[in-house]
Design a protein around this ligand. Structure first.
Ligand SMILES: Cc1ncc(COP(=O)(O)O)c(C=O)c1O
Length: 457
């Protein structure tokens, strides 16, 4: 009988994170100081981050040991299960095999605690006592609230206003774990006050919330800033997902020829895909697909450029696919995918043809999410539902070509706090947003004066 659920013992929790920078054909171009245009060094970042994380950010070692205290927290939910989606396969009538790695079994409900735990551990070790961060969907804020609590740190979360209003119980969850939470843009920072003055009805965005959290951390010596995606060390911490999945696929006796995940800043996608890309770079044939929302189509419609990571231009300049730092994505329900940029590591892998991307509208995505819930049972986070839609399309395309594929995707979280979105979908109230070309052109004007990456005119 085919196994539905492939599990590993706690002893199989990876002992090292995998750093793809060691193996990629072209490493990302340097992050630049916006004032001097020179590459930023560890001293520029030390007001915000603990030195251990800065060293991980620039490391080119292929593997970095996971501290015992971090593995010990991972044991609360890791290794996560790998499922064979037999019921979905049957409902689709596909000849392809579909597997998913389920990260929704963490206490916060997503992959985010994999890095929040590591970051809280290093913040604690640096002698700081407080973390400031932002959250889009509320998943990241929940993860940092939990990790801060487990390492005895204070935690302040700037939560994108549209999510704050859509998901009040995410706030309750963060508060239960001891965090204080404010809707962003807020009155608590200069960045928030300036944005509210210009647009009192601003729905907020991840770019705005990042500005607030960075400003908070920069002004207080006891506080570190913590980012839930995009940065090299964050993506690296997530590779426990793909390393476990490699071992689980081996147990299942088949190897995937398509590996996919949804993409906001890129952390869950990288977490699953990087260990498989290691195999691809070594010569194995694997199609690696990133699934993004049509309302925030960073990889499919955004150019590769230097841009700020936040709206108020407080961060260094990052080489990445971007829609422009003052692009405010429409208020789609996949709040965690509403970010103007994509991680430099992934942007470079896209440029080098190792990763490809597709964009989907939210009504199609929710149709696939409901199909998944009605067959596999799990109600997926709207972000993760983008990956499900990618899988449904890929399986249909393979069937049309008479091909049989082995597909692996990351189910990055559950959607138990997203039932408002499901409600809207089920009652025909969910809208698709067409993103006009002139809105993209407008937002990209803001990056015109910035330096251009090598090879881009
Ligand atoms: C469940 C889930 N999946 C995916 C994402 C997108 O982030 P990333 O691209 O860093 O994985 C989020 C972000 O909040 C999320 O909550």
């Amino acid at each position: 009988m085919t196994e539905t659920k492939i599990t590993l013992p706690e002893s199989a929790i990876p002992e090292r994170w995998y750093n793809i920078a060691a193996d990629m054909p072209n490493r990302p171009q340097p992050v630049l100081h916006p004032g001097t245009g020179e590459p930023v060094g560890p001293d520029d970042l030390s007001p915000l981050f603990p030195m251990d994380l800065i060293l991980q950010e620039v490391s080119t070692d292929a593997e970095i040991a996971i501290p015992d205290a971090v593995r010990d927290v991972y044991r609360l939910w890791r290794p996560t299960p790998l499922y064979r989606a037999l019921r979905l396969e049957q409902a689709l009538g596909t000849r392809s095999r579909i597997f998913y790695k389920y990260e929704g079994t963490s206490p916060a409900g997503s992959h985010k605690p994999n890095t929040a735990t590591a970051q809280a551990y290093y913040v604690k070790g640096s002698g700081r006592t407080r973390i400031a961060t932002e959250t889009g969907a509320g998943q990241w804020g929940s993860a940092v609230a939990l990790a801060s609590q487990l390492f005895g740190l204070e935690c302040k979360v700037y939560m994108v206003k549209v999510s704050y209003e859509q998901k009040p119980y995410r706030r309750s969850m963060m508060e239960t774990w001891g965090a204080s939470v404010v809707a962003s843009p807020s009155e608590d920072t200069n960045s928030g006050r300036a944005i509210l003055a210009a647009d009192p009805a601003s729905p907020g965005s991840l770019g705005i919330a990042i500005s607030e959290a960075v400003e908070d951390a920069a002004q207080r010596e006891d506080t570190a800033y913590s980012l839930g995606s995009v940065l090299n060390h964050v993506l690296m911490h997530q590779t426990v997902i793909g390393q476990e999945a490699l071992a689980q696929m081996e147990l299942s006796g088949v190897f995937p020829d398509l590996v996919t995940g949804c993409i906001g800043g890129g952390s869950n996608f990288a977490g699953l895909a990087f260990p498989f890309l290691r195999e691809k770079i070594a010569g194995r044939e694997i199609d690696v697909l990133a699934c993004e929302p049509a309302a925030c189509p960073t990889l499919t419609r955004g150019p590769f450029a230097y841009d700020f990571g936040d709206t108020s231009q407080l961060t260094p300049l990052v080489p990445m696919h971007t829609l422009g730092h003052d692009f405010v994505p429409p208020g789609i329900h996949a709040g965690g995918l509403r970010y103007h940029g994509v991680a430099p590591l992934i942007s470079q892998l896209v440029l080098d043809g190792l990763v490809r991307a597709e964009a989907y509208g939210q009504t199609d995505v929710f149709a696939s999410a409901v199909r998944f819930a009605r067959t596999e049972g799990i109600i997926p986070a709207p972000e993760a539902a983008h990956a499900i839609h990618g899988v449904v399309q890929a399986a249909a395309a393979a069937d049309a070509e008479g091909r049989e594929r082995t597909i692996l995707f990351n189910l990055s979280g559950h959607g138990h706090f997203d039932l408002g979105a499901y409600d809207a979908y089920l009652h025909g109230q969910l809208e698709d947003y067409e993103l006009p070309e002139d809105e993209i052109a407008r937002a990209l004007q803001a990056i015109e004066p910035l330096p251009k990456p090598a090879g881009v005119s």
